[in-house]
Design a protein around this ligand. Structure first.
Ligand code: GLY
Length: 373
């Protein structure tokens, strides 16, 4: 089967399965599955950072099928998040992950002014997290002791597009300036010489001076958490797309080259590229996110380089589709073997953003993607 046919075939399987899954889960905001059934974060934790991805999947599906059910579910997800928007301690650097796939996607497709307002509120809060002394966006909120006031994390590269969007939307360069200053700091302090990245970097929040790095959700300090590497691949190319600053594309390529060089023969991505050889833990989300970033880099580089990034992306997606996708009608998730963090008690389960980025990647290939970043 040629590649386009293969991706169209996968796209059809996604649509067929999601029609059933969405219908029976229409009032939820899922994070993971238990015995194949989605849980519901709208009940248990409305401020959870992944609560925009279900709505995002629904907008992608609506865009690809024009089925009104998907649109209604997406709108519901977005409205439920208003409770989060009113809770300052529930807002953090992940505002982009929550409101780009929901409110901004809605505004992009329908012109809904309330959605635009939600997106702008989230962007203003995100901009307000900027630390001018260290030129970084603070990641998480205070734990009562000020200990994380100077922490920034690589994941934030994916939240910057909310600021790029706001800048354009209200003709105000401040949002773009903040995003670009954070991206510059990330180039300097997160990306290592060999193209691997740190998950967490701590700065002195008063002076902005570099303090130290942490292994975060990866194996340990100095290791390479694969989802962090994937956020960097996709995040830096997105910053290039919005700013045209060549250094961001060069950085995206450098990080992508490290990722590609470390893909195991099996094509399945470990939780950390530096985890012990006999560990075997996987994270399918890293594969799907990296594939999205590689397919964007492909559009921006020379003919020779295109082949490299394209081949790697297809390899990751075909490995996922072959052995890490669940196409059974009565199981809610698609991707399997997703892992939130190396040192968590549980590993290799389903995670909603794995499904989101898998769909996005496949639809980059079929041309059905709603570009929300
Ligand atoms: N942004 C948190 C994570 O990737 O797990």
């Amino acid at each position: 089967m040629d590649e386009l046919k293969w991706s169209e075939n996968v796209s059809e399987k996604i649509k067929r399965k999601l029609e059933l899954v969405a219908e029976r889960n229409r009032n939820k905001i899922p994070y993971t599955t238990k015995d194949g059934c989605f849980d519901d974060m709208s009940e248990s934790n409305i401020c959870w950072w992944t609560n925009g991805f279900w709505g995002g999947m629904m907008w992608q599906l609506y865009n690809g099928t024009k089925n009104e059910m998907f649109r209604q579910i997406a709108e519901e997800n977005e409205k439920k998040l208003d409770k989060n928007l009113m809770e300052l301690q529930g807002l953090d650097h992940d505002n982009g992950f929550k409101w780009l796939p929901t409110a901004v996607a809605n505004y992009q497709l329908t012109g809904n002014k309330e959605s635009r307002n939600r997106g702008l509120l989230a962007a203003n809060n995100l901009a307000g997290r900027f630390n001018p002394a260290g030129a970084f966006i603070r990641a998480w909120n205070d734990k009562g002791d000020g200990s994380v006031a100077g922490w920034a994390i690589i994941d934030c590269m994916m939240n910057l597009p909310l600021l790029y969007w706001a800048s354009k939307e209200i003709n105000d360069p401040r949002f773009l300036q903040i995003a670009a200053m954070h991206a510059d700091t990330a180039v300097k302090y997160f990306v290592r010489e060999d193209g691997s990245v740190n998950h967490i970097v701590e700065f002195n929040p008063a002076t902005g001076e570099f303090v130290k790095t942490y292994g975060g959700q990866g194996y340990g300090e100095g290791s390479c958490w694969t989802r962090g590497e994937a956020w960097a691949v996709y995040g830096f190319v997105l910053s290039y797309i919005h700013t045209k600053k060549k250094e961001y594309l060069d950085t995206a390529k450098k990080v992508a080259d490290y990722f590609i060089a470390h893909i195991p023969e099996s094509g399945f991505i470990p939780v950390d590229f530096c985890q012990p050889e006999d560990c075997g833990l996987e994270d399918s989300t890293a594969a799907a996110i990296a594939a999205c970033g590689l397919l964007e880099i492909e559009k921006l580089v020379s003919e020779e380089e295109k082949k490299v990034y394209h081949k790697a992306a297809i390899g990751l997606l075909q490995a996922l589709e072959r052995e890490r996708c669940n196409w059974e009608d009565d199981i809610d998730n698609i991707l399997e073997k997703c892992t939130a963090a190396f040192h968590d008690k549980e590993h290799e389960f389903s995670i909603i953003y794995g499904d989101y980025f898998f769909i996005e990647a496949i639809w980059k290939l079929t041309g059905e993607e709603l570009f929300i970043w």
